[in-house]
Design a protein around this ligand. Sequence first.
Ligand code: SAM
Length: 219
Amino acid sequence: TSVIDWTKSDAYHNSFLIPKDEVMEFALKNSIDKGLPDIAVSPAQGKLLNLLAQSVGAKHILEVGTLGGYSSIWMGRALPKDGKLITLEINETHAKVAGENFAKAGLGDKCEVILGPAYESMIGLRPKIPFDLVFIDADKRSYPKYFAEAKRLVKKGGVIIVDNVVRYGQVNDMSVNDPDTVGIRELLAYIKQDKEVEATTIATVGERAFDGFLYAIRK
Ligand code: SAM
């Protein structure tokens, strides 16, 4: 079988569907310049998050795992004038860089980073209005507890999206037992017994290689 360059495939599609974007380029470059790891969602995935947020008319969005705020900016752009995105980050440098990137994107008032361990931040949240959309993209070993809290925080009919649930097929390979992979398996088992959510995994391939999103609705 021939080796397919999925980065090239993404670049080809993006050349039609995602215009050149100085704000996004700044966010990525500023993050790399400040030493953040290169692990943000891809442009195509970022745009999918934006489109999903628009599709559900999201006004209140919660993100778990900010990094430099790249995915936050994609989703933040889908918000109406009075919309708000809260994003949770444990690393002080990441949170600071995200703040710079939000300011550059003109999203300084709409996007807010809460610094600290995400689970502690989540259990402390008592929003007057529940979230329309939650995007989980932090330490995978904690996904079951993030998902449980996300369910508490999202409105009925709201959406929870979880990133990196396929991990090159390691999740279904029982010889792989690192805590992050196990975290995804536990999340799947949790969702199976939970009658209040419906979910599906969409495996993806692209510049971020083989992985997948889990898309869930809180019934
Ligand atoms: N969503 C970002 C994007 O696509 O632009 C990428 C997020 S990156 C994959 C994961 C982030 O989660 C890192 O910035 C990391 O510092 C943060 N993180 C890891 N463990 C955490 C925890 N316990 N609480 C909060 N954030 C955490």
